[in-house]
Design a protein around this ligand. Structure first.
Ligand code: SAM
Length: 413
């Protein structure tokens, strides 16, 4: 077996041949082997671990994408008000930056420690060792506002800060592989799961296997926090977006079957005709009360600039005329100014559908409904596409969601 195959099987990561061979070369130098076949032949589990250390990407920092922590504080507070503690899982946790950020945000939110527990896993034993030590340099403090360093770290050396023991004790670290997790013992055990910036390194079958494990670990009413680029994969595998701005939060999709619900008729490309609808915006961020009252605790995102509505109108006209490339450019220009413009993603879906690029269309419509979960047209297009692809369960679920939105709109008109 090649080094690449061995590493892919052990980690699930889409390791390239170059990276695998470079890692083997490095370990051969350190262990005195001169022949790669002999090295691979003699590979022990301990040596495999050393090899894996060379291919993982343990990139992380404190309060990375902080809205995920705000959303979780809010959920933990709500549950605790009803007398329920919250079990949180961070996988992968890299060097502990993510679970410690969670612990800090909860403390900032005034949440008592008996209201939650945090388990954190990473494939890399080196990462777990660093996490347990809890010592961080400049790179970990990349957030806009690092006032939390004063509150929760002690300065131990030139560029080294150690997290205080009271927080360190709130996280249980273990080495573990998401793909081999004991999902039977921990079935529906966690109320909140952070799985951010891992699936981007997996191929499609591995992504599906990882999401199946996460789904087994997550309580049915639980919340999953993903990395931005990973949201579409979750939506394609049994999850639906939750409306926390920029938290990239998802829940298990348990929409009821739509047998009895009729989908409102969908005219061909409705959004490309006539005057464009005003761009719809996602709801304002719902910052947890306790975080709101302590503005120094964690950085918040700057407000989006005003929407250049004419760019989208121009995009529609160009798409109507068949100038798809130019139309796409206008949408991207719009997104550069208003990154959360669901309507621009919807348009990009339409443009790619017209160009026959159905995978891309699917991806853009999913981004659209992530940003605006009640985008009726995007849901309809996704439902039709899922049906065309033979994914009837997804089609039914999407139609049901669209139908509910249609009914709601009829009721409010
Ligand atoms: C980019 S870091 C993400 C850390 C953190 N979640 C974040 O978003 O900042 C990716 C981590 O995934 C870990 N990893 C890779 N494959 C894994 C697997 N199969 N199971 C668990 N962890 C894995 C790596 O060791 C690395 O620390």
């Amino acid at each position: 077996m090649t080094a690449q195959t061995l590493l892919r099987r052990a980690t699930g990561l889409s390791v390239s041949r170059t990276v695998a061979e470079r890692a083997v070369g490095q370990r051969m130098e350190q262990t005195g082997f001169t022949d790669s076949a002999a090295y691979l032949q003699a590979l022990t589990p301990a040596e495999m671990t050393q090899l894996i250390e060379l291919v993982v990407v343990p990139e992380s920092w404190l309060f990375r994408d902080p809205q995920a922590f705000y959303a979780t504080v809010e959920l933990v507070q709500e549950r605790w008000a009803r007398g329920r503690a919250t079990r949180i899982l961070s996988i992968p946790c890299a060097g502990g930056e993510e679970p410690y950020s969670m612990a800090m945000a909860l403390r900032d939110g005034g949440v008592p420690k008996q209201a939650f527990s945090i388990d954190a896993y990473d494939l890399s034993p080196g990462c777990i060792e660093r996490a347990q030590a809890g010592i961080y340099g400049r790179n970990a403090f990349r957030a806009q506002d690092v006032a939390f360093r004063e509150r929760y770290f002690t300065h131990v050396a030139d560029d080294a800060y150690r997290i205080i023991d009271a927080l360190r004790e709130q996280v249980t670290f273990r080495q573990g592989n998401l793909l081999q997790f004991d999902t039977a013992t921990y079935s529906r055990h966690y109320d909140v799961i952070f799985c951010r910036n891992l699936l981007i390194y997996f191929d499609k079958p591995t992504t599906r296997a990882a999401i199946a494990n996460l789904s087994a670990l997550l309580a049915d009413d639980g919340m999953l926090l993903a990395g931005y680029a990973e949201v579409p994969s979750f939506c394609q595998n049994g999850f639906a977006p939750l409306q926390f701005r920029q938290a990239f939060a998802l829940k298990k999709d348990t929409a009821p079957p739509a047998a009895a619900i009729q989908l409102a008729p969908l005219s061909p490309l409705p959004a490309l005709r006539g005057v464009p609808p005003a761009p719809r915006r996602v709801a304002a961020p719902v910052a947890p009360a306790a975080v709101r009252t302590r503005p120094v605790s964690v950085p918040s995102s700057p407000p989006a600039p005003a929407a250049p509505a004419d760019l989208l109108a121009e995009a529609r006209l160009l798409a109507d005329r068949g100038q798809l490339r130019e139309a796409g450019e206008k949408c991207h220009a719009h997104l550069a100014r208003v990154p959360e413009a669901a309507e621009a993603y919807f348009m990009l879906g339409i443009i790619n559908e017209l160009a026959g690029k159905m995978d891309l269309a699917d991806d853009y419509w999913r981004r659209c409904i992530y940003l605006q979960p009640d985008h009726y047209e995007a849901l309809c297009h996704l439902a039709l596409l899922a049906g065309r692809n033979g994914n009837h369960t997804a089609a039914v679920t999407l139609k049901a969601r669209a139908a509910r939105i249609y009914q709601r709109r009829q009721a409010t008109n």
